[in-house]
Structures are given as structure tokens and as C-alpha cells.
Design a protein around this ligand. Structure first.
Ligand code: DGT
Ligand code: CA
Ligand code: CA
Ligand code: ZN
Length: 577
């Protein structure tokens, strides 16, 4: 079990305890433990297994929690959690996501009405039944109805990173069943879409169907939706992500992979092509239309080759020109994770990061990078204790010294994620920015400006001669906040003219820019960076989400500036002014 999962189970239990109205001191001990574990650099599961070590040595973890952790490691749950889940349905946790409802109100509603779904909650509001409860009124009913509507808009899709975690856990469970050889994710997850509607897992092996029963009984399964001979569908985890598990004979694996990877639009186009060439294509293989002779199906490559095409990388399969490109032999060479030489957007304890410059640099070196750029916030982000001019100048000097000493074993560039203020000016004076190696400009405030105003704001920011890159250029937060409106093509054209690169922010909550915008920008000559915006050493691992996103934007290594080796990168960032 990964730390994140452990932390989630603890904090969910704390939520339920709060609904149960338990002692606030005990609730806090669960919350503290959750946050300690979430940020802990080592796997808690390993520490628990090691007889030489004690989890209670970790600050924030007392005896009581230690007991729960050992139970968790042994059987996937713990007594207190089971107790809470007996009292309240897991969907009670969902109620907490409805704005306006705190734990106390949820308990009151639960005790009175015993409802367990959002639909039932909605009905109570519509029937004006909340207002009869103490301290609740018509206003609250209205507010809850509004939040329910918003909540429904948000749900239905899940972050790629979350879907990946569930896929990994389900994969481990399935592979442990005798007779199963391989478990391969297909669908939107394999295509690297930034959000996933449901998870499609393909299982092969001499006795793959043996996996279906155990999967249906998995502790994480909330509800089995369908259990057939070759397929099981279930809702998994509190968030109810649907997982479709299909078992296949090995000799149709390629055709099935092709079919279930999608996208639907890509498949329709491929199938049309097959028909035009006198074939029939299904998840069982590629067949001659006149008889039932199978031409391909064992491998995906085989299917594409038989249709006169090279294999098409899954990230491109959206029917947006990839089939034509494949046919004409001009599929792009796509950037790969191993080609990235440095991570160039990250924060430290100087502002809102969780680790020091040295720790971030060490983590980057461990990943095999040649360089990092440390890019803390600027002073406009007062809550994050952003840097002012004086601290920037000191920081730049410190980095020069560190590089001279060479003690970190990795080249460090002094950077800044400088706020682009409301009027488009940059947050810090030019002479301070001039001290730095690498300045990213980002919008963090006043995101509700009209499109024209935002466009002018960004254009003005691009005028700053020290600006090197635009950070998370559209400001979107997946499933939470839409991109702010602006004239993207105009801003890109100006960025290209001024030699400002566009960031592909690899944080799984952002993935900004996304594939379509990347392609638009590339067509206008833009250059890109892929960077994690790490606030903790473990976030450096998010680079691969940025890579997937860049590939969905058809980028090759030459489009991505931080594929350059350290010296070439250093020259490139100096080249501007
Ligand atoms: P999602 O789950 O909304 O993130 O997106 P996908 O692409 O994973 O869609 P999903 O799970 O409905 O289906 C997985 C793949 O299976 C899909 O990409 C293509 C294939 N597929 C499913 N249903 C159909 C269909 O009715 N026609 C065709 N041609 N392909 C289908
Ligand atoms: Ca899917
Ligand atoms: Ca599906
Ligand atoms: Zn930022």
C-alpha cells in the first residue's frame, strides 16, 4: 500500500469520526498522521515490515495510530474504520464534498432520514425536509441544491494519476491470481488522456477468467455492476471509479488492444479503412470480408501493418490526422521521458515547497537529471511567502556559489515563478530579474478578467526582456477550474516572436497546456518546456504525465527545451537578452 492510500484512509476515517461527533482530540490525531504520512519520503509499508524500526518514530504518529497502521498493512482496513463504515455508508464522505454541509449537519440528516445517496439528499431539499431540522432553513436547502448541481458537473471523470493508481492496484491483485499472465490498461488511460471516465483492463493468460471472481471480491469494490464469463465491471473506491476487466485469449490480444484502446473516433476511421480494403475488423481480429480467414490479430502492430499503416502511438489515436500522417509516413517522432535532462519548475521551503533546495537538487540528481531550475514564487503570493527583490538577489548569489563549489553534483539554475500582475507587469523589478538564470511568468490572481483584458495582460508580460517561459499558460485546474479566456493564438504568436517558451505543466491537477493547444502552438512555431511544478521531491515523478501530454500534442524532443544537455540549455536561456 502506498503512502498516499494510507493517508487517504486515515483522513477519511477522520471525516467519518467527525460526522459521528467523536472527540476532536482523537480526530486530530488521525488527521495529523495522515498529513505526516502523505509527505513522508519513505514507504510506510516498508517501515511497518521492518522489525528493526518503529513507525512511532515518525513525528505525528502515536501508539494508537501505529496499531491502526499495522492492522491496515495486515488486512487492508482497521477496526476504527470498520466501525465507522458500519455506522455510516461510505457515501457519507461524498456528502462532505457538498458545500454548505458540515459534519454536524450530515450527522443530523443521517440520524433523521437515514439517506445514503446524493439523489436522496436532493429529494429532501426539494421536499423542504431539511428546514424542519434544528439550525437548518430554506436558505440551506437552496445552497445544498446548488452545490449538488455543481458537484454533479465535476464528477464523472477522474484524474489520470488517480486512475493510474487504481489500475496499478487492480493489476497487482489480478496478476496474483494463478493462470493470469498479463494485465494491460487500455482505453483513455493508455492514450494518456488527462482525465479518465472509466478504466479498461485487459487480462490474458492460460486461465485468465480465474481472475474475475477474485476481482469482484476485492476489498475496494463498492458495487459489482456486471459479472459475466469474460468480463466484470465494478465501482471501485469511495469515488466510485468504474473498472471494466476483460479476459482475452492470447491470440486475439492485438486486435483487442487496438479495439479497447480507442478512441472511438480513431476506431471508426480504422474500421472504415479496413472495409475499404476488403477486410472486417473487430476485437477478435482482422478478417477477409469474403471468408473468415484471419489476417491479423495477435499483435497490434500486425493489425496496423495489414492495413498498410505503421503502428500508431496510443497518445495520437484521436482521429485528428494521425491516420493520414501514418499513411504518408509522416508520423512525428515523439518525445520520451528518458530524453528529459532537467526539471525546470519547482518550489522549496523558501516559499510553499516542502523541501530545501539541496533536497530538491538531490532528488533531481537521483532521477538522472543534469540540471534543475529552482523557481520559487514571487512576493505577490504573500501567502506562500514569495520572494522580494532582495531575497531574489541573495538567492541568485547563493546558486552561483553552489555551482562554483559543485557540491550538489547537479547544475542548478536560479529561477523564479514570477507573478504576472493584474495589469500584465511582472511582480519584481527588472534589475532583480536580471540576476536570475530562468524566469517563468505565471498568472495566479484575477483570473476572471474578460478575454480582451487577459490577452493584453499576457501580451504585456511578454514584453519583459527577462521572461523566458509562460507557466501553466491557461490556468486551468482539472475538474475544478476552467482555463481563463484569452486570445491564445495571438499570445502564442507574440511569445514566439519574443522567444518565450510555453510550459507544459506536468502536475496531474493541471496538465496545462493540453494536447490540442500544444499542437496549435507548435504549428505557430512555439517552443516548450515540460516541468513538474514540484512542491515536494516526490512530485518530480510527475514528469511522465507531462510527457504523455506533450506526446498528445505531437511534440518531438526538438520541441522541448529541457531535452537539451546542460550546456546547450544554459546557452538557450541566455540567448534571449
Ligand atoms: P473514457 O473512459 O471516457 O475516458 O474514454 P475511453 O476511450 O476509455 O472510452 P470507453 O471506456 O467507453 O471505451 C474504451 C474503448 O473501447 C474506446 O476508446 C473504444 C472502444 N469502444 C468502446 N465502445 C465502442 C463502440 O461502441 N464502438 C467502437 N468503435 N469502439 C468502442
Ligand atoms: Ca475507459
Ligand atoms: Ca470502459
Ligand atoms: Zn504557479
Amino acid at each position: 500500500m502506498e503512502n498516499k492510500e494510507i493517508a487517504r484512509l486515515l483522513s477519511e476515517t477522520a471525516d467519518l469520526m467527525e460526522i459521528a461527533g467523536e472527540d476532536s482530540f482523537r480526530i486530530r490525531s488521525y488527521r495529523n498522521a495522515a498529513s505526516a504520512i502523505d509527505g513522508y519520503p519513505e514507504r510506510i509499508a516498508d517501515i511497518l515490515r521492518d522489525p528493526e524500526r518503529k513507525v512511532t518514530d515518525i513525528p505525528g504518529i502515536g501508539k494508537g495510530i501505529a496499531g491502526a497502521l499495522h492492522e491496515l498493512a495486515a488486512r487492508g482496513s482497521f477496526e476504527r474504520r470498520d466501525e465507522m463504515l458500519e455506522k455510516f455508508p461510505p457515501t457519507a464522505l461524498e456528502f462532505l464534498k457538498i458545500q454548505g454541509l458540515g459534519p454536524k449537519s450530515i450527522r443530523l440528516i443521517w440520524e433523521h432520514y437515514r439517506i445514503s445517496t446524493i439523489d436522496e439528499l436532493e429529494r429532501l431539499c426539494k421536499e423542504e425536509k431539511l428546514r424542519v431540522l434544528p439550525r437548518m432553513g430554506a436558505k440551506l436547502e437552496e445552497k445544498v441544491l446548488r452545490s449538488i448541481a455543481q458537484y454533479r458537473q465535476r464528477t464523472g471523470r477522474y484524474l489520470l494519476s488517480y486512475a493510474e493508481t487504481i489500475a496499478a492496484e487492480a493489476g497487482a491483485l489480478l496478476r496474483a491470481v494463478g493462470g493470469v499472465e498479463a494485465v494491460t490498461p487500455a482505453g483513455s488511460l493508455r492514450r494518456g488522456r488527462e482525465t479518465v471516465g472509466d478504466l479498461d483492463l485487459l487480462v490474458t493468460g492460460p486461465d485468465a477468467t480465474a481472475a474475475l471472481g477474485p476481482f469482484a471480491k476485492w476489498g475496494k469494490v463498492q458495487e459489482v455492476l456486471a459479472l459475466g464469463e469474460n468480463k466484470v465491471s465494478a465501482r471501485v473506491g469511495y469515488e466510485g471509479l468504474q473498472v471494466d476487466v476483460r479476459t482475452l485469449p492470447v491470440d486475439t490480444f492485438g486486435a483487442a488492444m487496438q479495439y479497447f484502446t480507442g478512441s472511438k473516433d480513431h476506431n471508426v476511421a480504422i474500421r472504415t479503412r479496413a472495409v475499404r480494403m476488403g477486410f472486417k475488423l473487430s476485437e477478435y481480429g482482422l478478417f477477409r470480408a469474403d471468408g473468415n480467414t484471419r489476417v491479423a490479430g495477435e499483435t497490434e502492430e500486425g493489425v496496423y501493418h495489414a492495413l498498410g499503416l505503421p503502428w500508431i502511438p496510443p497518445e495520437l489515436r484521436e482521429n485528428t490526422g494521425e491516420i493520414e500522417a501514418a499513411e504518408e509516413g509522416r508520423l512525428p517522432e515523439l518525445v520520451e521521458l528518458e530524453q528529459i535532462r532537467g526539471d525546470i519548475h519547482m518550489h522549496t521551503t523558501e516559499t510553499d515547497g516542502r523541501a530545501s533546495l539541496e533536497e530538491m537538487a538531490a532528488a533531481a540528481r537521483e532521477r538522472g537529471y543534469q540540471y534543475v531550475a529552482i523557481t520559487d514564487h514571487s512576493k505577490a503570493l504573500a501567502m506562500a511567502n514569495g520572494l522580494d527583490e532582495k531575497r531574489v538577489v541573495e538567492f541568485a548569489r547563493r546558486v552561483r556559489e553552489l555551482n562554483r563549489e559543485g557540491a550538489l553534483g547537479i547544475r542548478v539554475f536560479s529561477g523564479l515563478e514570477c507573478d504576472i500582475l493584474k495589469d500584465g507587469s511582472l511582480d519584481l523589478a527588472h534589475d532583480a530579474l536580471a540576476e536570475l538564470d530562468f524566469v517563468i511568468g505565471s498568472v495566479h490572481s484575477h483570473m476572471h478578467q474578460e478575454s480582451a483584458e487577459m490577452t493584453n495582460r499576457l501580451l504585456r508580460a511578454l514584453e519583459c526582456p527577462h521572461l523566458r517561459a509562460l507557466g501553466h499558460p491557461t490556468g486551468r485546474l482539472l475538474l475544478q477550474r476552467d482555463a481563463f479566456p484569452f486570445d491564445f493564438e495571438r499570445v502564442v504568436t507574440e511569445a514566439v516572436r519574443r522567444g518565450v517558451w510555453l510550459e507544459i505543466n506536468a502536475s496531474p491537477e493541471r496538465l496545462d497546456l493540453h494536447g490540442t493547444l500544444i499542437r496549435t502552438a507548435k504549428a505557430r512555431g512555439a517552443k516548450f518546456t515540460i516541468a513538474t511544478d514540484a512542491h515536494h521531491p516526490k512530485h518530480l515523478a510527475n514528469m511522465r504525465y507531462g510527457i504523455l501530454t506533450a506526446r498528445r500534442g505531437w511534440l518531438g524532443p526538438a520541441d522541448v527545451m529541457n531535452t537539451l544537455a546542460a550546456d546547450a540549455f544554459a546557452r538557450a536561456i541566455q540567448a534571449k537578452s
